[in-house]
Design a protein around this ligand. Structure first.
Ligand code: IMP
Ligand code: MG
Length: 180
């Protein structure tokens, strides 16, 4: 990790500034509300920790672990909730915190599953969005950065479970993938 890995597309400084803005926006939008931040693990862990601390209203924190298997186009059928929420969300305002919304199938599945628990409201917040890849009709209320259709790692995002600990976002190039 000493050498630069991948081609950085969002620097730590850019990320810090954008997350500060998002925190400000969310604090204003949810002032006086009973906000529960639901992080989608594992990918959202780094973003979640920084976003939560950029929010200036009291929030509850909770997490769900999602596993997806099979081909990416069939992800909808394969998205599984591996854990349950520990907080009661009925009557509360839920913000689902994602690392990246790609096809949107994961977010759509999660919104549907959590809506059954009767929150007062539910919105999606994601660090990254790849709108070119969108298949599902899912509303994303907060987007950190819109990115092109390239494979991104770092800051929580993985390639085969690795590189989540890179402190910045980078595009993996073919040579590096072949070295795996
Ligand atoms: P979706 O269901 O297609 O929106 O995919 C969402 C999930 O796919 C994310 O939570 C990530 O785990 C994974 N994913 C999609 N694109 C990327 C990427 O560029 N890098 C790393 N993971 C990705
Ligand atoms: Mg992943």
């Amino acid at each position: 990790m000493e050498r630069m890995f991948g081609k950085p597309i969002v620097t730590q400084e850019q990320m810090r500034a954008r997350i500060r803005e998002m925190g400000r926006q969310i604090s204003a939008d949810y002032a006086g509300k009973d906000l529960v931040l639901v992080g989608v693990l594992k990918g959202a862990y780094a973003f979640y920790a920084d976003l939560a601390r950029a929010i200036r209203i009291p929030v509850r924190v909770d997490f769900i672990v999602v596993t997806s298997s099979g081909s990416r186009s069939k992800r909808a059928a394969k998205v599984k909730l591996a854990t349950e929420l520990t907080e009661e969300i009925a009557g509360k305002d839920v913000l689902l915190v994602e690392d990246i919304v790609d096809s949107g199938l994961t977010a759509q599945h999660l919104v549907k599953a959590l809506t059954k628990k009767r929150p007062r409201s539910i919105n999606v917040c994601t660090l990254l969005s790849k709108p070119d890849q969108r298949v599902a009709d899912v509303q994303v209320a907060y987007v950190g950065f819109t990115v092109p259709n390239q494979y991104i790692v770092g800051y929580g995002l993985d390639y085969r479970q690795k590189y989540r600990n890179l402190p910045y976002l980078a595009v993996l190039d073919q040579k590096e993938l072949l070295g795996e």
